[in-house]
Design a protein around this ligand. Structure first.
Ligand SMILES: Nc1ncnc2c1ncn2[C@@H]1O[C@H](COP(=O)(O)OP(=O)(O)O)[C@@H](O)[C@H]1O
Ligand SMILES: [Mg+2]
Length: 270
């Protein structure tokens, strides 16, 4: 384990990102511990997705540091970040819509499969064994996320809620150490939302994967998060446990007039 001395698996320090005159992130610092479910909340346009885009190296921030298990992320390319074990899902599902659920999951294993390609060229038998292993892992994930009924279906034909579940599966197929989830339950009905919340808990507890969640559904956030950070206009305005965040005056101010902070379900008490 390359646990950093400060105890954080992923550390963001003084991150600032501008797009022309728009300040999307202003000096944001966050530390996420291994094994945590850490949520980032904030109104639309606050800068949440921009944080993900900096971590996964879609964007290069003007200032700041991002360190994952001792690696300086900002020195790496997007595929190298994925190779470290950082997977993500997107606000608007990004899958190969004309391919089946199973094939999308197999593609999620792409960077792992590539590692065996050289050996595969020399030893055909080994390549075949690897292919079988990858398929087994993809099928295991399909079972884990209860998607057996749709495994051979083309993604395009599935309801949005199921497509989001497939995307979660594709991220899991990368055998990640940490998953960044961008609005995992947006557009879902109550039943689909509860299913996904339960899967996130299982992913965290059974598979030991650290989870970062950007989400507007405060019921889900307050139910499953160990810690929460609130962002407003690109700045971190609060950080703490779910119950601390709900009482925070800065957070309440940022959400004034919005119903997002009304929590309908179990609230963590600690
Ligand atoms: N590629 C981009 N080009 C220009 N502006 C951007 C880009 N990405 C994000 N922004 C701007 O940065 C701010 C934060 O956006 P975003 O991180 O998507 O917010 P959130 O995910 O919290 O809703 C917004 O004002 C948005 O318009
Ligand atoms: Mg967003």
């Amino acid at each position: 384990m390359h646990q950093q001395s400060n105890g954080y698996q992923l550390e963001i320090k003084n991150l600032s990102m501008r797009f022309g005159g728009i300040v999307a992130l202003d000096n944001v610092s966050l530390g996420i511990k291994k094994g945590e479910i850490f949520s980032i909340i904030g109104p639309n346009g606050a800068g949440k997705t921009t944080i993900y885009n900096c971590i996964s190296r879609v964007y290069t921030p003007q200032r700041g540091e991002i360190t994952f298990e001792g690696h300086n992320i900002l020195k790496l390319h997007a595929h190298q970040v994925a190779g470290l074990g950082i997977a993500r899902t997107f606000q608007n599902v990004e899958l190969f819509k004309n391919m089946t659920v199973l094939d999308n999951l197999m593609l999620g294993r792409h960077h792992i499969i590539n590692c065996g390609a050289i050996a595969g060229g020399i030893y055909l038998g080994k390549a075949q064994r690897l292919e079988i292993e990858h398929r087994k892992r993809a099928e295991w994930i399909i079972d884990f996320l209860e998607m057996e009924a749709v495994r051979k279906q083309v993604v395009r034909n599935l309801p949005f809620g199921t497509q989001k579940r497939v995307e979660l599966g594709r991220a899991l197929a990368m055998d990640p150490k940490i998953i960044l989830l961008d609005e995992p339950v947006s557009g879902m009905n109550l039943e689909e939302t509860e299913d996904i919340a339960r899967f996130i808990l299982d992913i965290n507890e059974e598979l030991g994967i650290t989870c970062i969640i950007v989400e507007h559904d405060m019921g889900v956030v307050m139910d499953i998060s160990h810690r929460v950070a609130a962002i407003d206009f690109g700045e971190k305005i609060a950080e703490g446990t779910a119950s601390e965040i709900q009482k925070d005056t800065e957070v309440i101010k940022a959400y004034l007039g919005s119903e997002d902070l009304v929590v309908g379900r179990r609230v963590e008490e600690d």
